[in-house]
Design a protein around this ligand. Sequence first.
Ligand SMILES: C[S@@+](CC[C@H](N)C(=O)[O-])C[C@H]1O[C@@H](n2cnc3c(N)ncnc32)[C@H](O)[C@@H]1O
Length: 370
Amino acid sequence: MDGIEDSLLFPIGLSTRSELLTIDRESAKQYLENALQSEDIGSVRSAVYQFVEECSRSRSGKDKKGNGKVTFPARSFEKHIRHIVEAHGIKRAKYYIVRLLKAIETSRTTSINDINLNRWQDYDGIITDSLWMLDKRDTSGAHVGWYWGNFVPQIPNQLIQRYTKKGDWVIDPFLGSGTTLIECRRLGRNGIGVDLNAEVCRKAEALIATERPRDDVRTALFNADSVTADFGEFLKACGTRRAHLAILHPPYHDIIKFSDSSADLSNAKDVTTFVSLVGDVADNVRNVLARRRYMGIVIGDKYSRGEWIPLGFYVMQEVMKRGFSLKSIVVKNFGETRGKRNQKGLWRYRALVGGFYVFKHEYILIFRKE
Ligand SMILES: C[S@@+](CC[C@H](N)C(=O)[O-])C[C@H]1O[C@@H](n2cnc3c(N)ncnc32)[C@H](O)[C@@H]1O
């Protein structure tokens, strides 16, 4: 921490920037409205410092809960205060005070998530760039990572936070080990998972059950072929009609063979068939997805007979033909598996000889049903 950060946090008694600060809404309003009446920048600053001191006093008081309170992550509160006290002109300082007042007084969300746009600075953890560098897999709780071919929990976590509200329904037609449903339970969303492999469903179900759901949400698993299944029936069985987000993580064609079943997408006879089958699953999703809601498809490319096969781009084109608009192409770094790490040198040598680049990324394609 530099000096300014120290000096702002110290009077409030916060030791780390991840701490939460609860302040009294009415008294905060009074202090900030007083600051707005000030006629020179020095008085604005001293009114804001008084406010910070008041926060410090009320922090040590007993009554921390109740309707009249508002909670900020310390980091975000500090940013607000810094903007005000470091503003060069009084006009700018007052602009930041008005912004803080709004953040304290009102909440503004859209119809697709719970992000309070009046406090968008609070959401440091939500990625908005198209390049995702996720270095460490979340291995907490039920995320034990036993399934070969699973995705990192951060992927469904980001998509759920960005594209659903609490209590919404998420559907994952290629559930695998249940990563999406574990995240649903954590984040207070209902979830439906479908997978062709009965054994995998059984294991996933047992593991998902170990994650205590937040806010009384439901999760349900169906052992079925997502190409032919009627997702409407699954939703109906759960007492609902529409899904609000779909997360698809199909096999990357035949890179990993998930089972011997001919219905398994990893056994599709060629790339064209594979792409068309993913399109069929997208059709099934479209039938149950609420309008103007989102579908994320996680997919990587493959290499075959000396050629890069752009599965990601093929799937993207296919899904766009099926009534979805493309909202983003996210490129995510590809975590190194232990096997790959051991063969790093070999792959580098092969790349140099063969004139190609070693795969280091996969795609998260974001679509919206129009
Ligand atoms: C890449 S894995 C998904 C992994 C999952 N995201 C996780 O974190 O564990 C793909 C899954 O699709 C399933 N699958 C393949 N073809 C399918 C189909 N036609 N219908 C439903 N599931 C299918 C496989 O059994 C496999 O579990």
